[in-house]
Ligand binder design. Structure first.
Ligand code: GLU
Length: 266
């Protein structure tokens, strides 16, 4: 049984496709609604961390490029332009709900280096103590294959482990994990709960990709692997569901729920 009453600290990840229009431009109303839901979640007494994609999409829009660029330098330049624009929007909307926010940009080497990791842990702890919602993204402007997470699904799982969250929620443009890619197989059914990530579960993930974001179902399952191994429950839910976070915390069984590994007490 899902028990969200015990969740005191939650990491929410939002994908680019959930905060942009089909033409790639930022969907202001969606960002506003997200800020409102997260501020409310925080008001309910929980620590909240947001992992937000969308820097590259915001940069593409600001630079009036016709499509998402392919070359690394172009993507990094777009992210450099877009990250500030994205944070400015979050600042505007969160301010309206009297919620302080902070920006944290990470690369994978921060997780791997004990000293940098410790600094990140301390900064998150202090921000949460101050009642701030940290907004995390990969430091796209400098991330390379060697130091990059590659996608924000895995980044959010590492962040959840770093801050010892009770729950990670991946908000996406899909309702959850399906037995097969539902766009190609309309008969596919949604999986409600996953207790163990088996080869069968991995196979179900197929290679569902969205046009705007980086990840797909495969990276979400990889994130589930990281989170559940760290003992953290994880969910995939559709960002487009009205009041999705409120309904999740009211106990509605939306999305797909992955149970974190529990220590067996002797
Ligand atoms: N960090 C990228 C961005 O902000 C997104 C990566 C992803 O979509 O997973 O645009």
């Amino acid at each position: 049984m899902r028990d969200l009453s015990r969740v005191r600290r939650v990491v929410v990840k939002i994908g680019s496709s959930s905060i942009t229009h089909e033409n790639g431009r930022l969907a202001l109303r969606k960002i506003d609604l997200l800020a409102k839901e997260l501020a409310d979640l925080h008001n309910s007494g929980r620590d909240v961390i947001l992992v937000s994609s969308g820097a590259i999409a915001a940069g593409v829009s600001a630079l009036r490029l016709c499509q998402k660029p392919q070359k690394t330098a172009q993507k990094q330049a777009a992210a450099a332009v877009g990250q500030g624009a994205l944070m400015q929007l979050y600042e505007k909307f969160f301010l309206e709900y009297r919620q302080s926010i902070a920006q944290i940009l990470l690369t994978k080497d921060v997780m791997d280096d004990p000293c940098q990791r410790e600094n990140a842990i301390n900064t998150f702890a202090q921000l949460l103590e101050y009642g701030v919602i940290p907004i995390v993204n990969e430091n796209d402007t400098i991330a390379t294959d060697e130091i990059g997470f590659g996608d924000n699904d895995r980044l959010s799982a590492y962040v959840a482990a770093l801050v010892q969250a009770d729950l990670l929620i991946l908000l996406s443009d899909i309702d959850g994990l399906y037995t097969a890619d539902p766009t190609a197989h309309p008969e596919a059914t949604q999986i409600k709960e996953v207790h163990q990530i088996t080869a069968e579960i991995e196979a179900m993930a197929g290679s569902t990709h969205s046009g705007v974001g980086t990840g797909g179902m495969i990276t979400k399952i990889m994130a589930a692997q990281i989170a559940t191994e760290a003992g953290i429950d994880m969910m995939i839910a559709n960002a487009a569901e009205p009041d999705v976070l409120e309904r999740i915390f009211e106990g509605e069984e939306l999305g797909t729920y992955f149970y974190g590994c529990r220590e067996i007490l002797a």
